[in-house]
Design a protein around this ligand. Structure first.
Ligand code: 5GP
Ligand code: ZN
Length: 114
């Protein structure tokens, strides 16, 4: 998708603070962090919403979670805990329509979320 912000980030067209890169998945620091650690894990492939994933793409989402767990260890937030979030659609608070897994940590998260 040529006009998608996260496609451009994944392709290196927009400078970002990457913490992980592979053939299929990249992760970078959120530009407006909501916690001391706030990292976005995205597939290079454009998928608009988590509700759009096909059965074949479920494995890709599993890999994104595995990468988030590894980044959490590297960021030293694994012991205290962290939050993994997919916002989906308008009521879910999704602003960028290219799926991204939020990894949030470094402080106590509130529940229920706002
Ligand atoms: P959403 O609300 O769609 O789940 O989350 C989108 C996230 O992307 C927000 O936390 C926002 O701060 C982040 N974001 C938006 N534009 C950029 C950008 O250009 N670079 C980075 N690194 N993060 C961005
Ligand atoms: Zn995209």
């Amino acid at each position: 998708m040529s006009d998608c912000l996260f496609c451009k980030i994944a392709q290196g067209e927009i400078k970002s603070d990457f913490v992980f890169k592979s053939e299929e998945i990249v992760a970078f620091r959120d530009i407006n962090p909501k916690a001391p650690v706030h990292i976005l894990i995205i597939p290079k492939k454009h998928i608009s919403k988590i509700s759009d994933i096909s059965e074949n793409e479920q494995q890709l989402v599993g890999k994104m979670i595995g990468i988030a767990n590894k980044i959490a260890i590297k960021e030293k937030i694994d012991k205290d805990g962290y939050r993994l979030v997919f916002n989906c659609g308008q009521n879910g608070g999704q602003e960028v329509y290219h799926i991204h897994l939020h990894l949030l940590g470094g402080r106590k998260m509130n529940w229920p979320p706002g």
